[in-house]
Design a protein around this ligand. Sequence first.
Ligand SMILES: [Zn+2]
Length: 240
Amino acid sequence: MEMIDAIVLRSLDYKDNSKILYLYTAKGLVSVIAHGVKKMNSSLRVLSQTGNYVRISFSKGEFPSLKEGLLLNEFSALRNDLFAYTYYTHILELVNHTIPEDSNHQKMFLFLLKITNKLNEGTDAETLSFIFELKLLYFLGYGINLKQCNICNRNEDLVFSIEHGGLVCKSHLTSQQHSYEQDIIEVMSTLYGIDLDRAPIPMLEKNMKVIIRNIIDIMYHDYLGFKTKSRSIIEQFQKY
Ligand SMILES: [Zn+2]
């Protein structure tokens, strides 16, 4: 039987004892019905929690059902940290709602696992989420230009402008457009281009986090028109 590795993005109660699992795999999004999984004696019960990393098999067809499975990692450290876990569900919601079918799922799946492992190791969840969200924009085709002016290709006297999707020189910035200076550009570039296997995760000051959070929120609103439920919860407890 063919087994496939998956992350449980969300699980939804279905009828009395079953659940629908929304999964992400190296082949893309898939939803499966896990029959009887809520019964205490179900051997598959342990698999169905949101955020779990599992190896499963399921039937073919339009409404596949879960056949067998193995729990690879439940990321218990991450699960016990409410703040980090909410960022994790924020990331899972983004994966569930924004990734088109014809994407390079292999690449995104490995990246998601890497981010999840770092979250579970206790790396700053907010900064990891920034990295995920910025790289997701690139993955979705909303690349951010952080090298030169988006209009004239000049590479001096630059500011970051959300309206321009990246850098713009001061002569191409109209007076009513809000812009960000060099310190923000540097942090954005570091987060956007970081190689998680090589570079350490930068330590960001609180006021810098507030600004970066705001920039990313605006980009997701303007480019994708999407805000996760978890983002609203994060807003309630961190107040920005
Ligand atoms: Zn210019």
